[in-house]
Design a protein around this ligand. Structure first.
Ligand code: CP
Length: 311
């Protein structure tokens, strides 16, 4: 199965950024920038029904997809697993087929299991498009795209001189995986990955990255610091000794941020654990692009929905 976008205007799926071409990536980012600048608001999805099919909680991804679809003129259906017939034992596939039978043409799917979104996409009828809104630890492609748009706005289109560090629980992060695929494809010259050994992924995921457990060293001269959420269940699993210790070693403070390049930006996909991986001062400070990331989420999701469903 081709997991990537088809020809613009031809219904297809977006399941991940692994393997997406550099031309397609640039095209999506350029289109998203048009939407971000408010230069265009086409009615590309007039009369099309789009369902946000979320089997896991979300604030920004679900709402920004809904807003993006609305801005393109689509009808939006919101499926919430906790109030649906999934609670009576209906399978994910039966749920998908049921909603598809209503004439829905676009599905935005989040699921806790790796590969669950691709499994549903494999069952999609002709003309139906599926977009991955985050599956397990695998991928969160629209988060990766909005992160690239935020970097591009701050640092320009040429990533060849960019130094970026991704910090924290990379092992369990679908955001980190999508960011790594996109940064490599866009030719980012130096990708650093930093975290405790217990939270670092396999060597394949880290291919081409400079890897360290020393956060201070990892920050030296970087243009962008991409923080990740510490998933609190990692403490119960014994992967992190305590939140205090994690903050001491991997928390981004104003003092630490001085090691980065003078114009370095700070990013975080949200939701944040304030006082754990990032301080209030940094999260709300002048270097923070965290709310720009949220705003860019709407523009990127407009570009993706238009690409997979537009005529
Ligand atoms: N970044 C992100 O996926 O946030 P939500 O879980 O709120 O959608």
């Amino acid at each position: 199965m081709n997991s990537q976008l088809g020809i613009i205007g031809s219904p297809h799926h977006l399941l991940g950024l692994d393997g997406i071409s550099v031309d397609r990536l640039h095209a999506l980012l350029r289109r998203a920038q048009v939407f971000a600048a408010g230069e265009e608001s086409p009615n590309a999805l007039a009369g099309v029904a789009v369902c946000t099919l979320f089997f896991e909680p979300s604030t920004r991804t679900r709402l920004s997809f809904q807003l993006a679809a609305q801005r393109l003129g689509a009808h939006i259906l919101n499926f919430d697993a906790s109030t649906s017939s999934a609670t009576k034992g209906e399978t994910d596939l039966d749920t998908f087929r049921t909603i598809q039978a209503m004439g829905v043409r676009g599905f935005v799917v989040r699921h806790k299991a790796d590969g669950a979104v691709a499994a549903l996409a494999a069952e999609a009828a002709p003309g139906v498009a599926v977009v991955n809104a985050g599956d397990g630890r695998s991928e969160h492609p629209t988060q990766g795209l909005l992160d690239m748009l935020t970097l591009r706005q701050a640092k320009g289109e040429d990533f060849s001189r960019l130094k970026v560090v991704i910090v924290g629980d990379v092992k369990h992060s679908r955001v980190a995986r999508s960011d790594l695929h996109a940064l490599r494809t866009l030719g980012c010259s130096e990708i650093r990955v930093c975290g405790p050994a217990s939270l670092l992924p396999d060597a394949g995921t880290l291919a081409g990255c400079a890897v360290t457990d020393d956060f201070d060293a990892a920050l030296d001269g970087v243009d962008a610091v991409m923080m990740l959420r510490l998933q609190r269940e990692r403490m119960a699993e014994g992967l992190v000794a305590s939140l205090d210790e994690y903050h001491r070693d991997y928390g981004l403070t104003s003092a630490r941020l001085r090691r980065a390049a003078p114009e370095a930006i700070v990013m975080h996909p949200g939701p944040m654990n304030r006082g754990v991986e990032i301080t209030d001062e940094v999260a709300d400070g002048s270097r923070s692009r965290i709310l720009d990331q949220v705003a860019n989420g709407v523009a990127v999701r407009m570009a993706v929905l238009e690409a997979v469903l537009g005529r």
